[in-house]
Design a protein around this ligand. Structure first.
Ligand code: GLC
Length: 708
């Protein structure tokens, strides 16, 4: 393992000269056309000078469907079914930098293949509360883990001559009233928790674009905020790329014009009346705003186009979508994203001796791709877990299925107008869970009884429950936050009864955000967690259940027992409409639990394997700046382990903070020295080396005098 080297495409003198030349030739109208949406997902080109439109597309899980130029109506001509990648939470659970890079490379290739210039990803907002509707689009509660994986993803994207657009800058950690809520955050907390992933994205990975957030930060809208966009992003971090508003994030012509924002996007088709369109042109003509103000914006857009080889006939990557390589990438990521939370000698199953299996739960057979808001994907296909199990067992076993519970909505209930509507009521209102009438309760009772009756049939070799959440508008979906952490649709009742009749029922949670598992976690003998893991997710989960793959995922977020264990709710404010003060400060996620000795249901960094690992011989090499230890696979199965390094806090600081990690593959019986290079080894400080099991833990001290 060595320190990662990032390839950042610098702006050359030739690019600067060319951009200045083109800028001189552009008329005011042409320049205005380049700084605001002229289609829902594109700006206006300048045909006279062979300057193309800048074409953008969502999202973190693949390239979104093609829309009509002036509305969120899909063209649906069947040329835009694509590779559906695992969500960023799934990528984070792999703790695998190489896979994060492969995910980005795949996303960038698909975007180029679909003719896009900017892919609106990755989302790197910190998971501050399990209630946030967009947690599935984000990586982690920890800024270092988010930074490391996002940088790899950005590198992979931009290798395809496509710009990454790291979002949403900054502190977009709730969906409730997302357009107007004012997030009030102390400077040090911004610097240590909410900024780091963005800073790494632009300084280390060289993200070409950044998306401003909807919310206000300390009183000013994210898309024209001086403290964040100018003082921090431009002046402190030296960001020379393009800043794009979130869709509908601009609220004022003068503020936008004089801000660092370069491109205004919106959901409205009234393109000429965007704040940075006619209203700005008129103010420039009347002399109220100097034309130089937009020259800077257009200059940065031209530099972006030159970096992407969009101008002067430069040779540009062609990309490709729906390739077998891209699908293979999905499978590799999905395999390493699944987290084994509990296993009392139940898993893995033996496929050869399996003759009859009962699978229960709506999520076992529910496709999740085409939902969640702007991250929705029109997938070429999607393996559900049920399909994955049936395929893996082939014709050699009977696989029966019971719905078990119903969410009472299925993905096909898409509301095409949701994105524009979500900006109508002040943006992102708290979800109103659908009233659950007596008829629905009766239906669920019948489904439960049917599943329990089937599970009582002793002829099944295995019973597997797959439940959790989905992208319905009142849970893992943009525009709304969840009302609570409860498992919906009476799943708890079903799981409790299943465990009574078949105590060996395997429980699989498929979700994009933490749910309470208190009703069954102690009773279950096997428990797995899978995020929305893309088109190959069902296949990967089946491979893990039947031992073809050894699970190696680790939690990138704390799975709390209840909301009182989460600092955003215990110390801070969350989900308020007008103003949310981040009184939780630095104590986000495990930083809070460790400081206040709160034991969550499953901690950050936790994840089991079908084999065992031992750690020996910790060693600090101050000269070369790494800490290492010997990791041994003492079990009978090959497996991957993530060694985690935490910096121990000093007084009045978080007890520990992730400072490094490395994932290693070991065949059964093999041992390797694993070196971890933190950003900087700190003299005199103490570090913890730990792995998946609680038993693994070394404390080491870095000598005072680090001789460089
Ligand atoms: C949405 C989202 C953003 C997305 C954009 C375009 O409202 O906040 O993540 O990329 O608008 O759909």
């Amino acid at each position: 393992m060595s320190k990662r080297v990032y390839r950042k495409k610098e702006v050359t003198d030739e690019m600067k000269e060319r951009a200045k030349e083109l800028l001189k030739e552009l008329t005011l109208e042409e320049k205005i056309g380049m700084i605001h949406g002229n289609e829902i997902f594109a700006t206006k080109g300048v045909e006279r000078l062979s300057i193309p439109p800048l074409r953008t597309s969502d999202g973190p899980m693949g390239v979104r469907a093609e829309f009509m130029p002036d509305s969120f109506t899909r063209i649906d001509d069947n040329t835009d079914s694509v590779t559906y990648l695992p969500c960023n939470s799934a990528v984070a659970s792999t703790w695998n930098r190489d896979l994060a890079y492969i995910c980005g490379r795949t996303l960038g290739s698909e975007a180029r293949g679909r003719g896009k210039d900017v892919i609106l990803a990755p989302g790197v907002n910190i998971k501050r509360s399990p209630l946030c509707g967009r947690n599935f689009e984000y990586f982690s509660e920890d800024p270092y883990l988010t930074s490391e994986l996002a940088c790899e993803m950005i590198q992979g994207i931009q290798e395809n001559d496509v710009a990454a657009c790291v979002k949403h800058f900054v502190a977009n950690n709730q969906e409730t009233n997302r357009l107007n809520v004012d997030t009030v955050i102390d400077g040090e907390v911004l610097d240590r928790i909410y900024y780091p992933a963005f800073r790494a994205a632009v300084q280390k990975a060289g993200s070409y674009t950044v998306m401003g957030s909807y919310n206000k930060i300390n009183g000013e809208q994210g898309c024209h905020n001086k403290e964040t966009l100018k003082d921090t992003l431009r002046d402190r971090w030296g960001f020379d790329g393009v800043i794009i508003s979130d869709w509908g994030g601009v609220h004022d012509t003068d503020k936008a014009a004089f801000s660092e924002l370069d491109i205004e996007m919106d959901c409205s088709s009234d393109f000429d009346n965007y704040y940075m369109a006619e209203p700005l042109r008129e103010k420039i003509i009347s002399g109220k705003i100097p034309e130089e103000v937009i020259d800077e914006k257009v200059y940065r857009i031209l530099i972006l186009m030159l970096r992407l080889n969009m101008l002067d006939g430069a040779k540009r990557s062609k990309g490709a979508y729906n390739t077998s390589d891209n699908r293979e990438a999905c499978l590799s990521i999905a395999r390493e994203s699944v987290i084994l939370l509990k296993n009392e000698d139940l898993l893995p199953f033996d496929p050869d001796s399996t003759k009859k299996v009962l699978v229960i739960g709506e999520n076992a057979d529910r496709k999740q791709s085409d939902g969640g808001g702007s991250a929705e994907i029109k997938a070429l296909y999607e393996y559900t877990t049920l399909a994955g199990i049936r395929m893996l067992l082939g014709g050699n076993a009977r696989v029966d299925y019971c719905l078990g519970y119903t969410s009472n909505t299925r993905p096909e209930h898409r509301n095409i107008g949701w994105q524009s509507e979500s900006l109508m009521d002040g943006g992102g209102s708290r979800a109103k869970a659908a009233e659950e009438d007596e008829k629905l309760r009766k239906k669920r009772r019948e489904l439960r009884e049917e599943a329990i009756s089937a599970a009582k049939d002793g002829s099944y070799d295995q019973v597997i429950f797959v439940g959790g959440l989905n992208h319905n508008s009142d849970m893992d979906c943009e525009g709304n936050d969840k009302r609570d952490m409860e498992l919906p649709y009476e799943q708890n009742e079903l799981i409790e009864e299943l465990l009574k009749v078949r105590s060996d029922t395997v429980i699989v949670m498929q979700a994009g955000s933490a749910v309470s598992m208190e009703r069954f976690a102690d009773k279950a003998h096997a428990l797995l967690w899978s995020y929305y893991a893309g088109m190959e997710g069902g296949k990967a989960l089946a491979e893990i259940l039947y031992g073809e793959v050894n699970p190696s995922g680790k939690l990138a977020e704390t799975l709390y027992r209840n909301l009182d264990q989460c600092s955003a709710h215990a110390l801070g404010e969350f989900g308020l409409d007008e103003r949310v003060e981040y009184k939780d400060g630095l104590y986000v996620g495990y930083r809070y639990n460790e400081k206040y000795n709160i034991v969550p249901r499953f901690p950050f960094g936790f994840g089991l394997s079908y084999t065992e690992f031992e750690y020996r011989e910790p060693y600090v090499n101050t000269k070369e700046g790494y800490i290492s230890c010997r990791v041994c696979n003492t079990g009978e199965r090959n497996g991957k382990e993530t060694v985690q390094l935490y910096l121990m806090g000093e007084k009045d600081e978080p007890v520990k903070e992730l400072a490094g990690f490395e994932k290693v593959f070991l065949i059964a019986g093999e041992e390797k020295d694993v070196k971890i290079y933190p950003e900087k080894l700190l003299p005199g400080r103490r570090y913890i080396i730990t792995g998946s099991g609680d038993s693994i833990r070394f404390e080491v001290e870095c000598e005072e005098n680090i001789d460089t």
